[in-house]
Design a protein around this ligand. Structure first.
Ligand code: ADP
Ligand code: 5GP
Length: 202
């Protein structure tokens, strides 16, 4: 069985990752979502073990020291990181795994797993981004301003990614991501035994 595809998805906060991925998961059974660990407080409705593992700074530090994180980063005064074990297990089972992470983490994943595919979700404009972030109503004005300022920096990192996806409509963004995943899975470099298998098939 071939290994699954490791897919990194980044965007500025409010770019629409959560919304797009919810739709994508409804339609694709072979996908698995990595649940990150974070030191930030849960938002209303967020559940431990479902949206994040909400842990203390001490616990986070211990996970790093134990080598249990595939990557981690500090983002606006909190730590976020990807637990290594579930990702490795799913990839070995042939599942495609999505990491919804920010740009510092994306860079680390490219180093430890160069065969991953990385996507950057962009809003149609910064004005739309601000309206969506405000419309979500989950952050204070102060945090929204920090996230918008971080967004200007993060968007510069698009050059380090393999693909961009513009989140104008959710439907089109999901179709674009499905097309990228399909194309990546058909790369000759990902299946070096294909010719042998076809020639030797009885
Ligand atoms: P992220 O997970 O990247 O921080 P969200 O998925 O929470 O972003 O999206 C931010 C806000 O924008 C949410 O309120 C969401 O409903 C809204 N939104 C996302 N994508 C679209 C879209 N294509 N059109 C209109 N609103 C959108
Ligand atoms: P939020 O607080 O809005 O849930 O997430 C803030 C940022 O942290 C988002 O850009 C999100 O993609 C990123 N993030 C979430 N989990 C991880 C993770 O495990 N590692 C890294 N590096 N970033 C993460």
């Amino acid at each position: 069985m071939s290994k699954g595809l490791l897919i990194v998805i980044s965007s500025p906060s409010g770019g629409g990752k959560g919304t797009i991925l919810k739709e994508l998961f409804k339609r694709n059974e072979n996908l698995r979502m990595s649940v990150s660990a974070t030191t930030r407080a849960p938002r209303p409705g967020e559940e431990h073990g479902v949206h994040y593992f909400f842990i203390s700074k001490e616990e986070f530090q211990k996970n790093i020291e134990d080598g249990a994180m595939l990557e981690y980063a500090s983002y606006i005064s909190n730590f976020y990181g990807t637990p290594k074990a579930p990702v490795e297990a799913w990839l070995n089972e042939g599942k495609d795994v999505i990491l919804e992470i920010e740009v510092q983490g994306g860079r680390q994943i490219k180093q430890v797993a160069p065969d991953c595919v990385s996507l950057f979700v962009l809003p149609p404009s910064l004005e739309v981004l601000e309206n969506r972030l405000r419309g979500r109503g989950t952050e204070t004005d102060e945090v929204i301003l920090k996230r918008l300022s971080a967004a200007r920096e993060e968007i510069q990192c698009v050059k380090d990614y393999d693909y961009t996806v513009i989140n104008d409509t959710v439907e089109q963004a999901v179709l674009d991501i499905e097309a990228i995943i399909t194309a990546e899975k058909h790369r000759v470099s990902r299946d070096k035994t294909i010719v042998e298998r076809i020639l030797n098939h009885a």
